[in-house]
Ligand binder design. Structure first.
Ligand SMILES: [Zn+2]
Length: 518
C-alpha cells in the first residue's frame, strides 16, 4: 500500500495545514449547518479530496464524537475509507470531461440513497466539465434534493462559471508550509522505521511547493532499504547542493564573472536542471533579502539580483541554449560595476540610518522601495556634484569632431548603433543633449551599462568627463542616423525597426551580440 493512502487523514484531527477550513467545517457540523454544496479550490495535493471524503463520513457516520469527527469504526466510515460505499460517488471530471457521469447524475439524482443517510457527490477537477455538464450541474445545485450533497474540487477556480461558484460555500486550500510538511514526513518516517536525514526531508518539503501528496509520494519513492539519504533526493530532484548555491551567489557578489560563468557551465554539465537551479537561487536570494530587512540593512543588492534572475527565468522557457539566460544574468550583475555597481556595493554595507531609532520591524513593501530609491538618490547626488565641477570648464571647441571619434570607439556595435541614432547638440554650459528619434536607442544609451561604456570612451577621447542628457525627439527626420552610419552595418540595422523592438527581438539580439561580440 502506498504511504500516501496509508497516511491519508481519516478524521479532522489528522488533517494538516488547513486549520481555517477544519475550524469552520467542525463548527458547521456542531450547529448542524453543513452546506449542500462546497467548492474546494487550491494547489494540487493540499487535501481537497481528503477533506471531501471527511465530509462524506461526517454526513453518514452513525456515532460522531463530541468534536464532530467521524468514528471511523461504523460500517459507513469503514466503507468510505475503502471507497466502497455506493452512496458516495466520486467523479473525475478530467476523464471524458464528465459527460457520462453528469448524465448519470441527472438520471439518478432524485433516487433515495441506497444504504446511507445521504448521497454525496465528489467531483474532482470540476473545471474540466463541458459547458453542457456545467449547465446540468447548475440545475441540480439550484434545487438539490434534501439528501444530496455536492463537493466540487478544483485547482483552477478561474475556469469555474460564476453561477456555480455563487451557489457553493467556497474554501481556499493553502499550500502547506515547509515546516509543517517536514513534521508530517518525520512522523511518517518514524512510524515506518525509515531513517531519514533532515536535509533530505527539507529538500523534499521545499520541492513540492506545499503539496502533501507529492511530499509523501517522494518519501515513499526515494527511501531505500529503510533509509532516506540526502544524496539520493538531490540526484532525483536535480537539486544542486546548498553550498553550490551559496558559492555561486558569493562569486556574483564579488563580481567575479569568469568564475560565475564557469560555475554555470559546471552545474549544466553535471546534468542538473537549470530551471530548478534558478528556483533555488531565487529562494536563497529571497531569504537574504528578508534577512537584510530584518537586520535593518539595505536589501538593494539582493533586489537587483532577484530582478536579473527573474528575467532569466522568463527567458529560460523560450531559449534554445539552457545556460544562456543564466549567463546573461551573471554578466549583467557583474557588469553593474562602476555606475550602478558602485551603488550596490555601497548599499550593501550601509544601514538604513533613518530607521535606526525605531524598533526593528520588518518594513512593508513601500519601505523596501524607499531603501532602493535612497541608493538611487546617492547616485544622483554624485552625478550632480560632478556636474557642478565640470560646469566651469572651458567649452570644447571641436566637440563635434571629437564626438565622431567617440562613435568610432564605443563598443559593442549594438551600443554604437544606438548612439549613432542620436543628434548631438551642445548647450551653452558645455553639456551635450543627445536627441533620439527612437525610444529603444535612447534607453540603450541611457542605461547604466550604456552610460558606463560611453563614459569610458568620452574620458579617453576628451580627456575629461562630459555631461550629456538623453531626450526623445520623434520629430527628427528618420534619415539622421542613416547618413552617419557605416554602410556595412545596414542589414543588421533593419532588425532594429520599431516592430522588432516591440516584440523584444531587438533586445535579445543585442544581448546575444554583446555576449558573442557579434
Ligand atoms: Zn462512523
Amino acid at each position: 500500500m502506498a504511504l500516501y493512502s496509508k497516511y491519508r487523514p481519516q478524521d479532522f484531527q489528522q488533517l494538516v495545514g488547513q486549520d481555517h477550513i477544519r475550524t469552520t467545517l467542525l463548527n458547521e457540523v456542531k450547529v448542524g449547518a453543513l452546506a449542500h454544496a462546497y467548492l474546494f479550490t487550491g494547489p494540487r495535493g493540499t487535501g481537497k479530496t481528503t477533506t471531501a471524503r471527511l465530509i462524506a463520513k461526517i454526513l453518514n457516520c452513525t456515532t460522531r464524537d463530541e468534536n464532530g469527527d467521524p468514528c471511523n469504526t461504523c460500517e459507513f466510515c469503514t466503507d468510505i475509507t475503502e471507497s466502497s460505499l455506493i452512496d458516495v460517488i466520486e467523479i473525475d471530471a478530467a476523464s471524458n470531461r464528465g459527460i457520462d457521469e453528469i448524465r448519470d447524475l441527472k438520471e439518478k439524482i432524485n433516487f433515495a440513497p441506497t444504504r446511507a443517510k445521504t448521497k454525496t457527490y465528489i467531483i474532482d477537477e470540476v473545471h474540466m466539465l463541458t459547458k453542457e455538464a456545467f449547465n446540468a450541474l447548475l440545475k441540480t445545485l439550484e434545487e438539490p434534493p434534501e439528501a444530496v450533497y455536492f463537493i466540487l474540487c478544483t485547482t483552477e477556480i478561474h475556469k469555474i462559471p460564476d453561477t456555480i461558484i455563487s451557489r457553493c460555500q467556497r474554501f481556499d486550500f493553502k499550500r502547506i508550509p515547509v515546516r509543517t510538511l517536514m513534521t508530517r514526513l518525520n512522523f511518517i518516517a518514524q512510524k515506518e522505521g525509515i531513517e531519514a536525514e533532515d536535509t533530505a526531508l527539507e529538500m523534499i518539503a521545499r520541492h513540492v511547493e506545499g503539496g502533501m501528496r507529492d511530499a509523501i509520494g517522494l518519501l515513499d519513492q526515494l527511501s531505500m532499504e529503510g533509509k532516506l539519504r540526502t544524496e539520493d533526493v538531490q540526484m532525483h530532484l536535480g537539486i544542486t547542493s546548498h553550498k553550490t548555491i551559496e558559492d555561486f551567489l558569493d562569486v556574483l557578489e564579488k563580481q567575479d564573472l569568469t568564475k560565475a560563468l564557469r560555475m554555470i557551465e559546471e552545474v549544466h554539465n553535471e546534468g542538473y536542471d537549470l530551471g530548478t537551479f534558478l528556483r533555488e537561487i531565487l529562494a536563497s536570494l529571497r531569504e537574504k533579502m528578508m534577512q537584510a530587512i530584518q537586520n535593518n540593512s539595505d536589501p538593494h543588492i539582493w533586489l537587483e539580483m532577484i530582478t536579473r534572475f527573474e528575467e532569466a527565468r522568463a527567458m529560460l522557457r523560450t531559449t534554445v541554449i539552457p545556460q544562456l539566460p543564466l549567463e546573461i544574468a551573471a554578466i549583467k550583475i557583474c557588469h553593474a560595476q562602476g555606475g550602478n555597481g558602485a551603488a550596490i556595493t555601497n548599499a550593501k554595507t550601509a544601514t538604513v540610518t533613518t530607521k535606526s531609532t525605531e524598533k526593528k520591524v520588518i518594513p512593508k513593501e513601500p519601505e523596501i522601495i524607499e531603501a532602493t530609491s535612497k541608493a538611487q538618490n546617492e547616485e544622483e547626488k554624485t552625478a550632480k556634484k560632478l556636474k557642478d565641477e565640470i560646469q566651469h570648464e572651458k567649452v570644447d571647441a571641436n566637440i563635434a569632431e571629437n564626438w565622431k571619434r567617440v562613435l568610432e570607439h564605443v563598443e559593442p556595435p549594438s551600443l554604437r548603433r544606438s548612439l549613432t541614432d542620436a543628434k548631438v547638440t551642445e548647450e551653452p554650459n558645455g553639456e551635450l543633449t543627445l536627441s533620439f528619434r527612437s525610444n529603444f536607442h535612447k534607453n540603450k544609451v541611457d542605461s547604466n551599462e550604456g552610460r558606463m561604456k560611453i563614459d569610458k570612451v568620452i574620458q579617453h577621447i576628451f580627456g575629461r568627463k562630459v555631461i550629456y542628457m538623453c531626450v526623445l525627439d520623434t520629430t527628427l527626420p528618420t534619415t539622421t542616423a542613416k547618413q552617419e552610419k557605416p554602410k556595412a552595418e545596414e542589414p543588421a540595422e533593419a532588425l532594429h525597426s520599431e516592430e522588432s523592438v516591440k516584440s523584444g527581438a531587438g533586445n535579445l539580439l543585442d544581448q546575444a551580440m554583446e555576449m558573442f561580440g557579434e
